[in-house]
Design a protein around this ligand. Sequence first.
Ligand SMILES: Nc1ncnc2c1ncn2[C@@H]1O[C@H](COP(=O)(O)OP(=O)(O)OP(=O)(O)O)[C@@H](O)[C@H]1O
Ligand SMILES: [Mg+2]
Length: 248
Amino acid sequence: MTALAVVLIRLINVWRCYKVGAETVEALRDVSLEIAKGEYVAIMGPSGSGKSTLMNVIGCLDTPTSGIYELDGVNVTEMDDDQLAEVRNRRIGFVFQTFNLLPRATALRNVELPLIYAGVPAGARRERARRALEQVGLSHRARHLPNEMSGGERQRVAIARALVNNPSILLADEPTGNLDSKTGSEIMALFDRLAEQGNTIIVVTHEEDVAKHARRIIRLRDGRIAADERRPVAGSGTVGSAARSAAG
Ligand SMILES: Nc1ncnc2c1ncn2[C@@H]1O[C@H](COP(=O)(O)OP(=O)(O)OP(=O)(O)O)[C@@H](O)[C@H]1O
Ligand SMILES: [Mg+2]
């Protein structure tokens, strides 16, 4: 499996430094990393260790201070702002901790938004948004406004919005951070299904229970990768290949 895996994300010696007054904060320090298409990865680490910074770089919301980022073989580091926006819109689905839904738009309309930016005609847009809502089990809430839904339902709308463009990568920064544990479990079950369907998923979390859903856990500490563990798919008997890929 390892030999055939298509590398989707490749970071080579990436640094991200912020200048604050006379000081420089090194949020990412020499991070090199490969994530294959279809991988389900959790990113963990203490507060301030660089998790969100890494997600922002992977999601093309931010660019490295130095080093190279290749997305699907294309060097993102050399793109201008328009090209980055295009990549974000086409390739990346974001789920933020605070949902970021438009308060005065229905669930359906919120999910349609990325398609409006992408210039998809109204009819097709509506249809794709409906399908995305169906995928997260929310067809019956299509006409509800965000404040007419539970926290978990709002988060599922945010996930539907992230999925509506069929992105190559789903990025979620603490997707269960604002949810009670039962609702959080439902969201993670949804991510499990999306992973089984072959989506590439990267989740930032503080919770080991959430990270356990992923097949790989990358731990950051002080802007560096402190550990990178792969786990076999439960019951598939691929312990050997998982160990080999972790080693090589
Ligand atoms: N815009 C910025 N300007 C200056 N420093 C920043 C900026 N953004 C982040 N940092 C610093 O970079 C480091 C990494 O921040 P980051 O947000 O990636 O951490 P994190 O691991 O996501 O933490 P948390 O778990 O608290 O969300 C921190 O020390 C932070 O203070
Ligand atoms: Mg963060």
